[in-house]
Design a protein around this ligand. Structure first.
Ligand code: DAH
Length: 342
């Protein structure tokens, strides 16, 4: 028993000396380890007289759990102290400060698309979504493209194994949108289009268009001219003049090519407009009666205009980029120059 009292006393005095986790571990090993004092005494229990064994056993268990408890609460205290010290040494973090690192910038296409959408929304248009994978019907039949039209050829269209295709024009959404509104509507639908093209500075196999439609009663070419003039003048922040030339597209009658005064030379003539003072910007026209019929609308009741803005060309005019391939390149050295911070 004396031996046990000795161990307890010794532990009490060593406990006071523990100032860090290393010392704590040393003390634990010295008392509770395989060759520790408590373990050692426990193995001697058989040498104790039978009548005293019970008392010895109880006492040593008591001391053992006292040591275990003291060490574990001291361990917790030491760990806590370490954390407190760390916190005290840390500089306070102000989570309301602005981020320092660069957050990147918007693609020039995104910036211009937002601008154009804002202009149209301000004129009462809604923004609709088109699909990228389309049916042959929506992409061609519904917009009055004849079965024999060369655009349906393998060379122009990316066909999928299931007979569907990657849409070659945003016009592919016309039928769905006409059916959705089933009458009067004002909508634009920007989207990515795909054509099996050889690439050069002005041709990409993946490009963007912004299509628009206005359907109502007694819509005329004058309405078309007004909206296009207004949109372009807002985008280029200057008064833009436009002119229409005849153009053929199966889904409009009459169809036009719309030119705008050259934004670089203001119509005087420069290399960008090949000295003509005009830029060819946007095919458009009055919606063909067949397009209405195929969407279940009566062309004697409804009329409207449609346009298909070559959006990438507009981005190039706005940024001065001379190669369409930059737009899909992911080349940050080029694209970030025009970036608006996201
Ligand atoms: N979808 C035509 C194309 O990709 C462009 C187009 C022309 C759209 C005339 C129209 C339009 O809405 O009226 O070549």
């Amino acid at each position: 028993m004396d031996e046990l009292n000795e161990i307890e006393k010794e532990f009490d005095s060593q406990l006071l000396e523990i100032k860090d986790e290393k010392k704590l571990e040393d003390v634990r090993i010295a008392f509770l380890g395989k060759k520790g004092k408590i373990t050692n005494s426990m193995s001697k229990i058989r040498e104790i007289a039978v009548e005293k064994r019970k008392e010895f056993g109880q006492k040593i268990n008591l001391i053992k759990s006292k040591i275990e408890n003291s060490l574990s609460s001291l361990k917790e205290k030491l760990e806590n102290e370490i954390i407190q010290r760390k916190i005290a040494n840390e500089k306070p973090i102000d989570i309301t400060l602005p981020v320092k690192s660069s957050t990147g910038s918007l693609h020039p296409r995104t910036t211009l698309q937002k601008e154009i959408e804002d202009v149209f929304v301000s004129m009462g248009f809604s923004i609709e979504d088109g699909y990228e994978v389309e049916t042959e019907f929506n992409n061609f039949d519904a917009v009055n493209v004849p079965k024999s039209h060369p655009a349906r050829d393998m060379q122009d269209t990316f066909w999928l194994d299931n007979g569907q295709l990657l849409k070659t024009q945003t016009s592919a959404a016309q039928n769905r949108i006409l059916r959705k509104y089933n009458g009067t509507l004002k909508a634009i639908f920007p989207g990515r289009c795909f054509r099996n093209e050889a690439l050069d500075h002005s041709h990409e196999n993946t490009f963007f268009q912004i299509e628009g439609m206005l359907v109502d009663h007694n819509v005329s070419v004058a309405n078309l001219i007004y909206f296009m003039k207004k949109m372009l003048s807002e985008v280029f922040k200057t008064d833009i003049n436009i002119r229409l030339r005849p153009g053929f597209f199966p889904f409009v009658e009459p169809g036009f090519e719309m030119d705008a005064t050259c934004t670089f030379c203001k119509g005087k003539g420069c290399p960008t407009c090949k000295n003509s003072g005009w830029l060819e910007l946007c095919p458009c026209g009055m919606i063909h009666p067949n397009v209405f019929r195929l969407a279940g609308l009566d062309p004697n009741v409804y009329s409207g205009f449609a346009f298909g803005l070559g959006f990438d060309r507009l981005v190039m005019l706005k940024t001065g980029l001379d190669d369409i391939r930059y737009l899909n390149s992911g080349n940050l050295k080029v694209l970030s120059q025009f970036g608006v911070k996201a």
